[in-house]
Structures are given as C-alpha cells and as structure tokens.
Design a binder for this molecule. Structure first.
Ligand SMILES: CSC[C@H]1O[C@H](OP(=O)(O)O)[C@H](O)[C@@H]1O
Ligand SMILES: Nc1ncnc2[nH]cnc12
Length: 287
C-alpha cells in the first residue's frame, strides 16, 4: 500500500524535488482520469511525501488542460493531509519584486473553462471558501522562508486567469485596481478541490515578473519567467524542504480538515451507487 503524508505540487520550473530518499515512482489512475504525471514517493526530512509535477515532466500540459480533479484525488488516495504548492507568478504591485516569495491567502477567479468540484452526478455539496488557504500551511511557509533567509510575504490576493496568454495591459491594471497582489493560471482550482477533499493547501508563489502594467519594465515573457525561476528554484526547494520539517503533524485545528462535514446537501438515500463508489476516497465517512 503506497501512502504519503504531505503532497508537493511543483509548478513551472520545478519538475522534481531533490533531496528525496527511498524514492518510488508510481502511476495512479483515478475515477477522474490520470493525474499530470507519475507521482514520486519518497522521504524528506523524515516525512513521507508525494511529489507531482503540475504540468508533467517537460512541461506538456496547458493550465486549461490540467486535470485538477485527478491531481488532487490521486494525492488524497495516498492519504495526503496537506499540499505544499509551488508556483511562478507575476507581480501586480511594485513592492513584490521578482525573486520575492508571496504566500497568498485569497483568490480572484478569472477562469472560465475548468472543472473545479468533485460534486455532481447526483450529489450536491457546498464547502465554505471564505478563507481558501490553510492557515497552518501558510504559517509554515512563512516560517520556512524566514529560516532560509528569503523574502516570504504573509498573505495577498492571487488572481487566477485562464491563460495561456498573459494578460492585456487593461486587464493587468484592472486587477491592480482591485488591490490584487499576484497573478497566475493554476492555483485556484487546486485550492478549491483540496478544500473539498479536506486537504490543507497553501502556495509558495515565486514572483518572476511584473506582468505588463509597469512602465519602464519589459512586459512578461516566458523567457523572463524561466530566467528568474532558474535563478531562484534552489531557494524554493530549500523553503519547501524546511516547510516539510516545520509543518505540524496535527492539522486538526485547520478548517480545511473538516471542510466537507456539513457540505453535502443531498438525501443520502438518493445518491446513486456509482457516485457513492466514485467519491468514497473523498467523502466515504459522510456518505
Ligand atoms: C511559464 S509562465 C506561465 C505559467 O507559469 C505558472 O505556472 P505554475 O502555477 O504551474 O507555476 C502560471 O500559472 C502559468 O501556468
Ligand atoms: N504575469 C503572469 N501572468 C500569469 N501567470 C504567470 N506566471 C508567471 N508570471 C505570470
């Protein structure tokens, strides 16, 4: 039986997690299809972790093509109770400079072509999402940044766009007028699905560019994102390693850990057996 306690999802520029020992690579299938990549199980800082490359090895999967449900389900099926996500983001504020880390605590949804719930097919559920990030994982990332000696800002709003194109200048300025801090294409659906799956989730967001709003700075390009990622990926890996060590084993105080307890509206007697079976790993204890 393969198991892990902590899931790590690596984004752009982070397709592997060095430092893992006792490595085993496994292919998992889920009722929602296959996840982005085989999952690398291993031990890091004495804890069992499961690493998943969000876009697959070699960066083959577009943000809109990501099977977020399969990714989160696969980690849940291993017994993961927390997810440390790592992402490249654009900055929407002058004070967030390339190579800074921000650990966002809010999201704004600008996506329109994604499936971001495990509910449906005869079962209706609504989880609370006012505080979309686990405060314990967020706090752990902040402490890990302090320990490693890098800038790690507590909180901020992440605008999640559909992509794959970067934003227009009008859009970028609109998001700035909303007070948003950073911009990316992947994190919101993960946060939603992790919440439904009662997994504690937070993101270590690495600022790679100033998007396209900042006069006198070049507009974002992939070249620029990759250059900053390369410069800073070792720091990101150090922070993740420290976070794995610092993360409390008891996460029961996190609202994420019991998020689905009162979420399910459907009369249990009316839930189709096929749906009940499909969602057993996620909601078995409530069905
Ligand atoms: C390579 S720039 C755009 C790309 O980078 C971010 O990916 P991730 O969140 O997986 O690090 C962004 O969301 C886009 O997918
Ligand atoms: N400016 C940007 N917009 C969207 N996603 C990004 N990922 C990295 N930089 C980005």
């Amino acid at each position: 039986m393969h198991t892990a306690e902590i899931g790590i999802i690596g984004g752009s520029g982070l397709y592997a997690m060095p430092g893992l020992t006792e490595i085993e690579e496994i292919a998992i299938d889920t009722p929602f299809g296959p996840p982005s990549e085989t999952i690398v199980l291993g031990t890091l800082e004495g804890r069992k972790v499961a690493f998943l490359a969000r876009h697959g090895k070699g960066h083959r999967i577009l943000p809109s093509e990501l099977n977020f449900r399969a990714n989160i389900y696969a980690l849940k099926s291993l017994g993961v109770t927390s997810i440390l996500s790592i992402s490249a983001v654009g900055s929407l504020k002058q004070e967030h400079k390339p190579t800074d880390f921000v650990i966002p605590d809010q999201f704004i949804d600008r996506t329109f072509a994604r499936n971001a719930t495990f509910f449906g097919e005869g079962i209706v559920g609504h989880v609370a999402f006012g505080d979309p990030v686990c405060p314990i994982v967020l706090d752990t990332f902040v402490k890990a940044c302090e320990e490693v000696g890098v800038v790690g800002k507590r909180g901020g709003t992440y605008v999640c766009i559909e992509g794959p194109q970067f934003s227009t200048r009008a859009e970028s300025n609109l998001y700035r007028s909303w007070g948003s801090d950073i911009i990316g294409m992947t994190n919101l659906q993960e946060a939603k699905l992790a919440r439904e799956a009662e997994i504690s989730y937070a993101t270590l967001a690495m600022v790679t560019d100033y998007d396209c709003w900042y006069e006198g700075h070049d507009d974002v390009t992939v070249e620029q994102v990759i250059a900053v990622m390369h410069q800073n990926s070792a720091a990101a890996q150090k922070v993740v390693k420290a976070a794995v060590r610092l993360l409390p084993t008891d996460l029961s105080a996190s609202p994420a850990q019991s998020a689905a307890k009162y979420a399910i509206m459907t009369d249990r007697a009316l839930i189709p057996e096929a749906t009940r079976q499909k969602l057993k790993v996620l909601f078995g204890k409530y069905l």
